[in-house]
Design a binder for this molecule. Structure first.
Ligand SMILES: *Cc1c(COP(=O)(O)O)cnc(C)c1O
Length: 229
C-alpha cells in the first residue's frame, strides 16, 4: 500500500514538474496537499513517507477523530472546507492552517481565539469562482474589504493567498478562465493591500495540470491519490 501511494505521488509530481516548466516555473514551487476526507487514517499513513506537503480535511469532527488515532504532527493538516464559527476552537486544536477563510465574522472569531492562545494561523481566503449558489467561498468583490479588515484587526491571521474550487463540470476553457481570473485578482489585491499573497490554491484531481499552467502554487488532490470516496 505504501509503495503504491508513493508511486502515485511521484507520478503526479512528474506531471506537475512538466506543467510547471511549460509555464516557466519549477515543480518545486507547487505544493501537493493530499485530500484525505472520507478516507481512513490507515490510508493516510501510507502517504507518510511520500513527497506530499500535508493533508486536507473538510470536516472538523472527522479531523478530530482522525487526530486522536494519529497524533503525529509531522505533516501539516489543512482545513479546506467551510468552517463554522462555533467550531473554531475545535478546529484550531487539530489544524495547522485554514484554506477556506470566507467571511469577516469568521476572521474576527479566529482572531479572538488565536490571541487568547497566543499563536498565529496561516490562512488563505476562499474566493467563489462562479455565480453558482451552491459554491462555497466569498464573492470576488468582497475580498478586498476582508483583507483590509484582517490587516487592521487580525494580527494573528497570516494571509498567504487565495483559494478557489474550479467550476465542477466547466470543461477546459471555463476552468482555465476561473483560474486565470483568480491569478489576476491576486495581482490587483497585492497592489491595493500591500500583502504579498504568495499562494494560489487551485487544482483538484480533474483539473490540476490546467491549474499549474495558470499559476497554482498549492494543489488539493483527493481522488487521484486515494481513489474514490
Ligand atoms: C474534496 C476536495 C478536494 C479534492 O477533490 P478531488 O477531486 O477528489 O481531488 C479539493 N478541494 C476541496 C475544497 C475539496 O473539498
Amino acid at each position: 500500500m505504501v509503495k503504491e501511494a508513493v508511486e502515485r505521488v511521484l507520478s503526479i509530481r512528474a506531471e506537475v514538474d512538466e506543467a510547471a516548466r511549460r509555464s516557466g516555473r519549477s515543480g518545486r514551487d507547487v505544493a501537493l496537499v493530499a485530500v484525505s476526507k472520507n478516507h481512513s487514517v490507515e490510508a493516510m499513513k501510507a502517504f507518510a513517507t511520500a513527497p506530499i506537503d500535508g493533508f486536507g480535511e473538510n470536516r472538523v469532527q472527522e479531523a478530530v477523530e482522525k487526530r486522536a488515532l494519529w497524533p503525529d504532527r509531522g505533516l501539516p493538516w489543512r482545513m479546506i472546507g467551510h468552517l463554522q464559527r462555533n467550531k473554531v476552537r475545535k478546529a484550531l486544536a487539530v489544524f495547522d492552517s485554514l484554506d477556506s477563510l470566507d467571511s469577516v465574522d469568521l476572521a474576527l472569531t479566529l482572531e479572538r481565539v488565536l490571541a487568547e492562545e497566543g499563536r498565529k494561523l496561516p490562512a488563505l481566503v476562499e474566493v467563489k469562482c462562479s455565480d453558482d449558489e451552491a459554491k462555497t467561498g466569498l464573492a470576488p468583490d468582497g475580498v478586498e474589504a476582508l483583507l483590509e479588515r484582517i490587516v487592521t484587526s487580525c494580527p494573528h491571521l497570516s494571509i498567504e493567498g487565495l483559494m478557489t474550487i474550479g467550476p465542477l463540470d466547466g470543461g477546459e476553457r471555463a476552468t482555465r478562465r476561473a483560474f486565470s481570473s483568480l491569478r489576476e485578482q491576486r495581482g490587483r489585491l497585492r497592489e491595493r493591500t500591500g500583502l504579498a499573497l504568495p499562494h494560489l490554491s487551485m487544482g483538484m484531481s480533474g483539473d490540476y495540470l490546467w491549474a499549474v499552467e495558470e499559476g497554482s502554487t498549492v494543489l488539493r488532490i483527493g481522488t487521484a491519490l486515494f481513489g474514490r470516496r
